[in-house]
Ligand binder design. Sequence first.
Ligand code: HEM
Length: 446
Amino acid sequence: MVEQALGGVYLVLSLLGLTVLYLTRKWVVVYKKGGGGTKKLPPSPRKLPILGNLHQVSDLGHGPLELLGRKYGPIMLLQMGSKPVIIVQSADAAREIMKTNDLLFADRPHTVTTKRLCYNLKDMSVAPYGEHWRNLRSITTLKLLSAKMVQSFDFIRHEETSLLMEEIKNSAQPVNLSRLFWSLANDVICRAVFGRKYSSQSQGEGGDDQFLTLLGEVCELFGCVTIGEFIPWLWWLSYDLLDAGTDTTSANLEWAMAELLRNPKVLRKLQNEVRETTKDKEKITETELKQMQYLKAVVKETLRLHPPIATAGRSAREDVKVMGYDIPRGTMVLINNWAIGRDPKFWCEPDKFMPERFLNNNNSSMDFKGLDFNYIPFGAGRRGCPGISFATANIEHVLASLVRNFDWELPDGTEPRDLDMTEHPGTAVHRKSPLLAVATPTRCYF
Ligand code: HEM
């Protein structure tokens, strides 16, 4: 009996050993074939058979990756089960991917889920580089999200922001800003895309929540990752313009208000600028927003510390060398915007919220165009975000209105330094706990 049991264990162990040998050999083949000689691969933490590096970074979150990068350098190779993934965490390495070799990295990685839910990769954000993607991209940048079009949505931003102000004024305090921002961002984008909104607020206009329920269900489906689809950043790729606009914008507003509540001096400085610039005006228009340099610095600093898309994904279209290392065709590449925005080699006191850093001479010309690779919250190159103007117009308008019309404080006497800033990665990186704040309307309320 005992002998039989031991025999069984021996058999299982042997089979396991053979599987390990086979799989390990397979990975080696992936990385050695095609070039003739041995390839020079980026440094990599020690791997386990079958699992590779899965046990070290189970979900490829931006924080754990940054920690690992401190040991293995700005470009490293992780073996996530059977998938090799290159992690890029410095401005120099990002420049080589998104500028020097932009065309060779103009594909997105995809999974079974993205293929199924994105019309077999017909959606612009996941479409492979080629004619179909180029057509969608030019329609989007030249028509849907052109500067002229974004300007034409001005009235939508005004109406929706005024509704938000009214809701905050009439709500029981404290207000749940996280919920309000999500609903506002979704209403603005739905009105721009479909000409109507779908939140319960619009029930009287024949609106219903079915659409939002469907959107929620799609989010859930993307949340159900299968083995081999371990990469959280891919979730945001799922929804066309709709979710790209809603989730990122609301996350940014949430973090901006959280940082302002945590830094009352910054909040006061911003309020002074906004109130001074708009003191004779009824509405905040583009003209006033253009003059608000501190507001722009607050938005930039929020996107540096809390980029909603913390890691941007690309895929190598051909064998290519980056920083002297060989990257085989088809390899997935993750660019950690979050780590780059906090790199102490470039940013002094990187974890501190200091909008002033964007007003000083060295950084004042930094914008979102992806020309300076120390700061790429919207990505860069051919696949860089086409929604920059749409997003910033919305964010600046809402933030200016919030600090102009209300004084803000944390509920229940919470000290600013005690505000919980834990992140909750998902489609976009939001706060873990909803942001609650007490709003007191000011004399200049409109
Ligand atoms: C704060 C707001 C936003 C941030 C931080 C953001 C960030 C990003 C990033 C990092 C990428 C990947 C870029 C790359 O690979 O180089 C991206 C792509 C994209 N974004 Fe945004 N985004 C924002 C808002 C928006 C809005 C409002 C829209 C549309 C209305 C939008 C539409 C898209 C689309 C369609 C892509 C995929 C582009 C392609 O693959 O060709 N985003 N975004």
